[in-house]
Ligand binder design. Structure first.
Ligand SMILES: [Zn+2]
Length: 356
């Protein structure tokens, strides 16, 4: 009798615990089932078609499909606000038209090197940043209040320009929507696309070698810019690679907009960058609640699928570094040197060899 009862209790317990255990995965499954445009391995041509379809769908969800068409007819009407020569580079603060009725402030740095044209990088800050955050404080030229330049960015904008890149930066950390019928994420992305437009109008810039890089929200926006603007030749997305499930907790929800989750996860957005070079950076000291390395590794496995399908598996890398929520500066510089400045380094090394 005792044994009998014990068996029944065991069965009931097993049944209950099973349903409890199954409850969470079921919910996850419901979310991933919603993700109707998830990338799965397919032939090269089909992968390219998938990218075009997802990009079109995302532009539609961002309500950007109409505005993109008229973009070239918006003059910059650039107004120079200030300028300074820092010896190795020139820094100019400019105001330009982003839309036909909204102006943005951008900062542009141009190296004083002889070899022109040079590659360029759109530098993007995270929450609480402004257009100067990716730079050394001495790079600041404009007037007015400044948010402090954070060391988390390792002054990567200044380092890039000192080593021969044109850089551009604007502010995308706002949480208000500026114009009627727009979305926050769309306005942020739009301003960055306009930064690329503006770079292309600068004589010193080689239009075929434009990259982008950012940390945190800046890493997220680098993902979006690399994914949605095919002119971006190389992307560094730092302190952001994770999953949307994870971003539902412990984070500002500004990443989310209507319809997004039903279509894709971040791995799919990153997959739009393929086969163009992509480096994601995640620090080992990021806690489990933040941009946790094990989660980034899982997401990166998904992204690798399309790079393999497009026969450029070497073009995507997860740079796991020893710090926390910061830019891995050596990793970033190495990546851009490899993908945007390859010939310079080849030449340097060949010159060294021939002098021996
Ligand atoms: Zn936010």
């Amino acid at each position: 009798m005792y044994n009998h009862r014990r068996i029944i209790i065991a069965i009931v317990f097993a049944f209950l615990s099973n349903s409890v255990l199954l409850a969470a995965p079921k919910q996850d499954q419901a979310i991933s089932q919603q993700r109707s445009m998830k990338y799965t391995s397919r032939p090269k041509e089909d992968a390219r078609t998938w990218q075009e379809e997802v990009r079109a769908k995302l532009f539609l969800l961002l309500k950007m499909d109409n505005s993109l068409q008229g973009r070239n007819s918006i003059p910059f009407s650039a107004k120079e606000l200030s300028r300074a020569d820092r010896g190795t580079y020139l820094i100019i603060e400019v105001e330009i038209n982003s839309t036909s009725s909204r102006r943005i402030r951008v900062v542009v740095t141009i190296p004083n090197s002889k070899d022109k044209p040079v590659p360029a990088v759109v530098c993007i800050g995270g929450h609480g940043s402004d257009l100067y955050s990716p730079y050394d404080p001495k790079t600041i030229v404009g007037q007015g209040p400044r948010k402090k330049t954070g060391s988390i960015y390792k002054e990567f904008g200044t380092v890039l320009t000192e080593t021969g890149y044109v850089t551009i930066s604007t502010t995308v950390s706002q949480h208000e929507v500026y114009e009627k019928d727009r979305l926050l994420m769309a306005e942020r992305l739009w301003d960055l696309i306009r930064c690329v437009d503006y770079l292309q109008s600068i004589a010193e810039v080689d239009n075929s070698r434009i990259g982008c890089a950012g940390l945190s929200l800046g890493g997220e926006m680098a993902m979006w810019l690399g994914a949605m603007d095919k002119r971006i030749a190389a992307t560094v997305s730092a302190g952001f690679l994770t999953t949307m499930d994870h971003m539902e907790q412990n984070h500002c929800m500004c990443w989310k907009f209507e319809g997004l989750r039903e279509q894709v996860d971040f791995a799919d957005v990153y997959s739009l960058i393929a086969p163009r070079p992509l480096q994601c950076q995640n620090g080992m000291l990021e806690p489990a609640s933040q941009f946790y390395v094990p989660l980034a590794r899982r997401a990166m496995e998904e992204i690798r699928t399309i790079y393999k399908d497009l026969e450029r598996p070497e073009n995507v890398i997860l740079d796991v570094h020893g710090e926390g929520h910061v830019i891995d500066l050596p990793g970033l510089i190495y990546f851009f040197e490899k993908h945007l400045y390859e010939n310079r380094w080849k030449q340097k090394i060949y010159d060294m060899r021939s002098k021996r």
